[in-house]
Design a protein around this ligand. Sequence first.
Ligand code: CP
Ligand code: NVA
Length: 301
Amino acid sequence: MKHLLKMLDLSKEEIIDILNLADQLKYEQKHGIPHKHLQGKTLGMIFEKASTRTRVSFEAGMYQLGGYPLFLSSSELQIGRGEPVEDTARVLSRYIDGIMIRTYEQKEVENLAEFGNIPIINGLTDFAHPCQVLADLMTIREYKNRLEGLKVCYIGDGNNMANSLTVGCLKVGMDITLACPQGYEPDQQVLDFAAEFDGFSLVTSPQDAATGADVLITDVWASMGQEGESEKRREAFAGFQINDEICALAKSDAMVMHCLPAHREEEITAKVLEKHAAEIFDEAENRLHVQKAVMVKLMKG
Ligand code: CP
Ligand code: NVA
């Protein structure tokens, strides 16, 4: 594994390896056991979109690993004035040891990987959010002690989260059913991948998707960059909400997860979010541990 660009690139073994190392690093951090695997290394973090969790967890994680996190806002880089990402990649490769990037187009992340010669980590594009899905899998395994055979239900937009979750769950042997409004399905590349798996279904009824689920997951109706469509989406997504009625259809011990930020009373009710705050905030915490594992795998010489 040279980069983390999207879940489609990872094998089941690579995913499980990352989760195992993340568990170990979490244990070490909680017990004050030093784990400075990246002493002397620098991670550049390019943000073309807002972030709370991704920015702070990468920054704190790099510090805990003994390395240096360098925050690079695209508006202050020459990228923001049109310098091609291909040139940026070749320049940064000479200064630093890895790049985390959050941007719009997946192609930009793939180009960074192609033109640079340092590891590239996708911190969210319109197509994928692999760091989040690795943290989600880590959290599910913590709560359920296994992944294989569990039934995941995703309700909402066929966005970056839906794309990465579908691929990640299927690769590790989970079943996943997505309930998306018509016209808001996951990316065709993901649907083509998923079509090979018996454990995959795409439906339009949130109720059908939730029935018998071990894990219920949702995400915002309008992602970053889609703010202009908020009103139209509010209509299209009415009913695509995790609420008490949906929870009642899932297993009685079902987890509820959300990558955050959440829009209460849109994709999830405040009541359900608070009831499942333990797993939702563990999920947010695990971004730190899983990304530390990814950085160690990619950047530790
Ligand atoms: N879940 C997530 O990626 O959060 P941020 O947008 O705050 O980084
Ligand atoms: N789908 C959301 C996820 C935010 C972490 C977005 O892209 O804005």
